[in-house]
Design a protein around this ligand. Structure first.
Ligand code: T5A
Length: 214
């Protein structure tokens, strides 16, 4: 099997506990088994600066963060990560699997927080210098189920996870809207299915769109 277009940027989106990290681990192993150069990264984070920004954004409650400041901090992490990690790997022909990207900013800040979809999209475009994913999976899940999954992991909820259910329902609605608007790039996946079924659906979509049998 070979890649039709190579290098590739594949992004993974969805609400809290939708199963992105689990899915990425499995897809990474599949690409490796087929001898592709593949790497995974996450947003916010992925660089020293990005991990500092992640701590500022998610793991503190000492000071408020306004919605525009919040967007600019997420985009600081992304811009740095593109420059330091994503672009250099794409230039070397890697498949890059990225846990969250611009659709997170548009869904969480642009739509759910109410900053505005268009303005947020423009800021994202500026920060990522027009680098769009080749393929995006949106893992769709009832936020009650997703938050319940993260609770079971016994990790401390971060600043955004701790927002009320109405916020997380808006995030879900935002992702559904984006999936409708960008059907060529975004594949909507039912994340309430068992993990193995989610993995298989995503792998099939990758094969269909990006791989050809030789
Ligand atoms: N954010 C981020 C913004 O507001 N704007 C932005 O621009 C960006 C980039 C990131 C936070 O920042 C926000 C969004 C987030 O609030 P994070 O810690 O990276 O914070 O949080 P998440 O990305 O949401 O990561 P989670 O770990 O919470 O969720 P995942 O990765 O989607 O889920 P995963 O794989 O860890 O699975 C959770 C649990 O469910 C199980 C797993 O085993 C695990 O226990 N599971 C399943 N169980 C049943 N069925 C399945 N299909 C399952 N798949 C996994």
């Amino acid at each position: 099997m070979t890649l039709k277009n190579h290098p590739l940027l594949i992004t993974f989106e969805g609400g809290e506990g939708a199963g992105k990290s689990t899915l990425i681990e499995h897809l990474l192993a599949r690409f490796e088994k087929l001898n592709y150069q593949v790497m995974k990264t996450r947003e916010p984070g992925g660089t020293l600066l990005g991990e500092q920004v992640r701590n500022l954004l998610l793991h503190q409650d000492k000071y408020p963060i306004g919605s525009i400041s919040e967007i600019l901090l997420f985009l600081t992490s992304r811009s740095q990560q593109i420059q330091e990690v994503i672009k250099p790997h794409l230039d070397k022909g890697y498949v890059v699997l990225c846990d969250r990207y611009n659709d997170s900013t548009i869904a969480y800040q642009g739509i759910a927080r109410g900053v505005g979809q268009r303005l947020t999209q423009e800021l994202c475009t500026l920060a990522c210098n027009y680098l769009e994913p080749d393929l995006t999976f949106v893992l769709d899940l009832d936020p009650k189920v997703g938050l319940n999954r993260t609770q079971k992991m016994e990790k401390e909820w971060d600043r955004l996870e701790s927002l009320d259910l109405t916020f997380h329902e808006k995030v879900r609605g935002a992702y559904l809207k984006l999936a409708k608007e960008k059907p060529n790039r975004i594949v909507l996946i039912d994340a309430s299915l068992p993990a193995q079924a989610v993995i298989e659906q995503c792998w099939q979509a990758i094969e269909k769109r990006l791989l050809v049998r030789t």
